[in-house]
Design a binder for this molecule. Structure first.
Ligand SMILES: [Mn+2]
Length: 322
């Protein structure tokens, strides 16, 4: 009987699996990819009786493959916080799904494990940009401010590693990064001893410095839009840069457009203070979708750029001054 661990390649996915396998060690086959690769269950070919653990990818987006695996006799445990749609009852399926906005998969696994490896849930929550929830989860651990800041940096760096068009853009394939991290029950030891972490910290700092050197294409009190060049560094940093803009300008909506051969990849974040409307804007464009707080357009043709900018501005008009 084989066991498959299927997980999103970002900080949340990695920290969720790490907690689970610290508590229940298992020699499993890893299935993962870049953060945007979320239809991962397609890649699993299971035999009857095989076990599959799924972490941090939408149930709804994996529904067809999941039902086929259940029908084939696999047993599935599913932890996630993305939109799930209807969850069909099945004796082979056990779900731990909660789509509350202040929950992430690392926190759901922490709930399941009753806090046994809480410190990694804190790192995972920081990685998903849930800073409040991360600090709340950390309270019983009595960490110093320095330790909390280090866990935040860990979450941010692990998350940074997951962004790219393909694994070739990344510093580490996510399954490799997980294997480097898994020998460490203590995140502070991982950060102090593991070369991979130093490389990620350096890469993150370099890429962020490049992004911060770019002036916004357009900025008002209520929204700002950035154009990033067609380069591996901008594909790597766009998610982290978006998170940092959102934290620094909580009243502003942000659009990041990363140039590609024949247009742009678009990522939109609603203002942190009223996190809604991003999905509605993106869905007006072909290949657009996402959540209320954060959404995107996989491919915006060059010819649609002006139209997108106009609609983005109109979606977040500055409040009329009195
Ligand atoms: Mn997540």
């Amino acid at each position: 009987m084989a066991h498959y661990d299927v997980f999103n390649g970002d900080a949340d996915g990695i920290c969720a699996l790490h907690q689970l396998r610290l508590a229940y060690p298992l020699d499993s086959r890893l299935v993962t990819g870049v953060k945007r690769d979320i239809t991962l269950l397609d890649r699993v070919v299971a035999q009857p009786g095989d076990e599959i653990t799924v972490l941090d990818i939408s149930f709804d987006k994996n529904r067809t493959a999941l039902l086929a695996l259940l029908e084939g006799g696999a047993r599935i445990k599913y932890f996630d916080h993305h939109f799930a749609g209807e969850i069909p009852p099945h004796p082979g399926l056990e779900t731990f799904i909660d789509i509350a906005p202040d929950v992430c998969t690392s926190l759901l696994v922490d709930r399941f494990l009753q806090g046994r490896h809480r410190i990694w849930a804190v790192a995972g929550a920081f990685g998903d940009n849930l800073h409040e929830a991360a600090r709340r989860a950390a309270e019983p651990l009595s960490l110093s401010q320095v330790q909390l800041a280090a866990l935040q940096s860990l979450g941010v760096c692990l998350n940074y590693n997951a962004y790219g068009e393909s694994v070739a853009d990344l510093y580490f394939p996510p399954d490799k990064l997980y294997r480097l991290l898994h020998p460490y029950p203590d995140p502070f030891a991982f950060m102090a001893e593991e070369d991979a972490f130093r490389q990620l910290q350096l890469g993150y700092a370099e890429d962020m410095a490049k992004a911060e050197g770019i002036a916004p294409e357009m900025a008002t009190e209520s929204c700002a839009l950035y154009l990033l060049p067609d380069a591996a560094w901008s594909r790597r940093v766009s998610g982290s840069f978006g998170n940092s803009l959102a934290r620094n300008w909580p009243r502003r909506a942000h659009a990041l457009l990363t140039r590609r051969r024949d247009g742009f990849t678009v990522s939109v974040r609603a203002p942190l203070v009223s996190p809604t409307g991003a999905d509605e804007l993106c869905r007006r464009f072909e290949s657009g979708g996402g959540r209320k707080a954060a959404a995107g357009i996989n491919h915006l043709p060059e010819s649609m750029l002006d139209e997108f900018i106009a609609q983005f501005r109109a979606a977040w008009v500055p409040p009329a001054s009195a």
